[in-house]
Design a protein around this ligand. Sequence first.
Ligand SMILES: [Ca+2]
Ligand SMILES: [Ca+2]
Ligand SMILES: [Ca+2]
Length: 324
Amino acid sequence: MYHNLFRIPLLAAVMAVILAACAAPTPTPAAEQPTATQAPTQAPAATAIPPTNTPRPTATPVVLGTVAGRIAFRSTRSGSDNIWVMNGDGSGLTNLTQTGHNESPAWSPDGTRIAWCRLAGQNFEIYVMNADGSDQTNLSNNPSGDCFPSWSPDGTQIIFASDRDGNAEIYVMNSDGSGQTRLTNNPAQDDQPSWSRDGKQIVFGSDREGQNDIYVMNADGSNQTSLTNLGVGVAPVPMWSPDGTKIVFQCQCGGTYVMNADGSGQTNLVINGGQADWSPDGRQIIFSSDRDGNIELYVMNADGSNVMRLTDNSAEDYSADWSP
Ligand SMILES: [Ca+2]
Ligand SMILES: [Ca+2]
Ligand SMILES: [Ca+2]
């Protein structure tokens, strides 16, 4: 049930691992921790897009100084799920949240703050903190599950998913937590929203037509339109390219994909690839993969070439968000 995704940390962790490792669409029991054997082995569904690139099972470690920007991500390396940051080349690792269960980091457009969600008591809340981890503040303050924050390009608003009205919907609030307003109204799961860089549109995942697919709507919630017909499960975690022309996403059909903003040109970038995000200049993509035995973060060129490993730690490292 979707409620469990928000309210039970182990299931949430398993769900995120499923997103990262591209395993079966039905959440597995919490006792089944991610292993290399959970790599995507299932055959693509009948309607899945055939891979167009050859798999790259290994990657060279990143060369220091070759990747720009700051990266926020989720890691279990301290023993529980926390939000970490590092430089784009993997140096400067810092744990920003030392308590609780934390996930879904999202940089503010000016790079000074990070929104994320934390299991606080019995439910998830949207939090925000300064980029150094100081001044951690609960923004959503609602007894339901609230997660998956994404900033408006001017930094004044945050969209997120919540099940406060009975099922998962997309909401918007001011970046101080005020004015929380629902944008979708559909009995299906609507989650994983991402705001376009021009502020005009929002992509999100929904299973309103069966399995999870990617939808787009205007920023006021109007004109909700399907972009994909993947026919497979699990939220695709769509992310806009900085120039707004493309969307990268994870497909349960097998790996990290990119498509044009209108849904055309769906292309498999890497087969063993999970949740992804763009570099500030749009020329590179960061993604998670367990190709080297456990979930690590990798950077590749936007065409899928030149895969480099950013992290090297036996813990799970995933859910990366690249500073704008
Ligand atoms: Ca909440
Ligand atoms: Ca809904
Ligand atoms: Ca790792």
